[in-house]
Design a protein around this ligand. Structure first.
Ligand SMILES: [Zn+2]
Length: 474
């Protein structure tokens, strides 16, 4: 058999042979992947002959979508691990985060985002949903081009090669009941019609680099009911299937405030007032009751879980077992980027459940008895749905995104099969990534564990962080 296809511009064969690959239905042997010039998979054959196709150096996994990111927050990782108040919590962390957000420049945002997207790819994420709420300059005025900071993020995604869903954030009030925004929220605030104009202006830029554009009403405390309805209508006329993400119930204080305001819990209120369906991603559904859980699972919405950030911020533990038992869909995000590592998010998710239940191997699905395999498949499917992009794994018609594990990594060496290697990658690699290669849209972006722009991106990130440390201190 001859090599089926070859990309003359990049000198890369458009086929790959894997001894073992994780397909949406589970592990398969002798898998031949083929894709077209646009980077979409055209054939996934099992028990295939390799012919002249290059061989993957280890097990091939579907690329993981990262469904929740605030890229700039990577630059403050490590700055908030000090007890400053008698009761340090999410809200005291947020004050520090706002101080940082108040100072960031467009150049700094681009440098930080480029570096964090590259870091994501080196750690197994192949696409990202950016929940983007910094819109204006440091004084809260519109930039000359209102799209300025969104375009910086699009450029960062393009430079890194990561797949991208841009979710501009609608933010109008500081709390339930139309409370006026705080001065330190001035960079976030937009009227609804102003947001819809931004979406319209961003659409061509997103389309030209195959990025998906959606909307993120920040939370029910930040968007009043009328504005929410108007924004959803406007989005629907722009793109009826565009993704919609919002923070729903991260903190008990937020749930209590919503009950005082409306008599309902946040998710209950949302389900009563909006047509929540497959387009929706409910970020941090941490504090929901059994009725909300039942109704939301039936809606087809995805819950966006960010286990390392939720642990870092002391949010609480989402009952993912009840959610899954009702057929609920879920995916993972690295959110504040206290950790940037797809495997660690999955490990933390499973460990949270084990600690709460005092049992082991809890998140097991229909296609595997291995918890690592089950979690990977479910998080890829949920993440793809939340992204609104064709990134749902190794199947015809999906984007050619995958991760090749390094079978020679110390944590993986000598293990009997791909399934145990994936388990070791998630639970036993000790923070040293066991990833050899990462491909996005049929292009090898990470090789021998490194992205080609990793060094330059890291030094630009460090320069941006040093500048920010200076300005946010003064
Ligand atoms: Zn968030």
């Amino acid at each position: 058999m001859s090599v089926p296809s070859f990309d003359a511009s990049t000198k890369v064969s458009r086929c790959l042979f894997a001894q073992e690959a994780l397909l949406p239905s589970g592990w398969a042997s002798q898998v031949l992947l083929q894709w077209d010039q646009s980077g979409q998979l055209t054939s996934v054959q099992t028990h295939a002959s390799p012919g002249d196709a290059p061989h993957a150096k280890g097990p091939v996994l579907p690329g993981m979508p990262n469904l929740h990111s605030h890229a700039f927050q990577r630059a403050m990782a490590g700055l908030t691990e000090y007890g400053q108040a008698a009761q340090d919590n999410f809200w005291s962390w947020r004050d520090l985060m706002y101080r940082f957000a108040a100072e960031i420049t467009p150049d700094q945002l681009e440098a930080i985002a480029t570096a964090v997207y590259i870091e994501m790819m080196e750690a197994g994420f192949t696409s990202v949903c950016e929940f983007h709420y910094l819109h204006h300059d440091q004084e809260g005025r519109s930039y000359a081009d209102d799209r300025e900071l969104s375009l910086r993020l699009l450029r960062a995604a393009e430079k890194s090669g990561i797949g991208f869903t841009l979710l501009p954030v609608l933010y109008q009030t500081s709390d339930f009941g139309d409370r006026v925004p705080r001065p330190d929220q001035r960079r976030f605030i937009r009227r609804t019609e102003n947001m819809l104009a931004l979406l319209e202006a961003l659409k061509p830029a997103c389309d030209s680099q195959y990025a998906r554009l959606g909307l993120a009403p920040h939370s029910l405390r930040a968007v009043p009911p009328d504005a929410l309805q108007q924004a959803l209508l406007g989005l629907k006329s722009l793109d009826p299937s565009a993704p919609i993400h919002l923070h729903i119930a991260e903190q008990i204080a937020e749930v209590d405030a919503c009950v005082r305001w409306s008599g309902k819990r946040p998710l209950q209120w949302l389900l009563d007032h909006c047509a929540v369906d497959e387009r929706w991603c409910l970020i941090h559904a941490t504090h929901i009751d059994s009725q909300e859980c039942q109704r939301a699972a039936a809606s087809g919405a995805v819950v966006g879980l960010c286990p390392t950030t939720e642990a870092n911020l002391g949010d609480g533990i989402f009952d993912v077992r009840s959610w899954r038992s009702l057929g609920g869909r879920w995916g993972i995000g690295s959110d504040s980027h206290i950790v940037v590592n797809a495997a660690e998010e999955l490990m933390m998710l499973e460990y949270g459940q084990r600690l709460a239940a005092q049992k082991r191997n809890l998140l097991i699905g229909p296609y595997a008895s291995s918890v690592a395999t089950s979690m990977t498949l479910e998080a890829v499917a949920g993440g793809a749905q939340a992204s609104g992009r064709r990134v749902a794994g190794l199947a015809v018609g999906q984007q050619a995104d995958w991760v090749i594990l390094d079978a020679d990594h110390p944590a993986l060496q000598g293990l009997p099969n791909a399934e145990s290697m994936l388990s070791a990658h998630i639970f036993a690699s000790s923070r040293r990534s066991a990833i050899a290669e990462v491909w996005v849209a049929g292009q090898p972006r990470v090789q021998q564990g490194k992205h080609s722009d990793s060094m330059i991106a890291r030094s630009e990130f460090q320069a941006a962080r040093s500048q920010l440390m200076e300005t946010s201190r003064s």
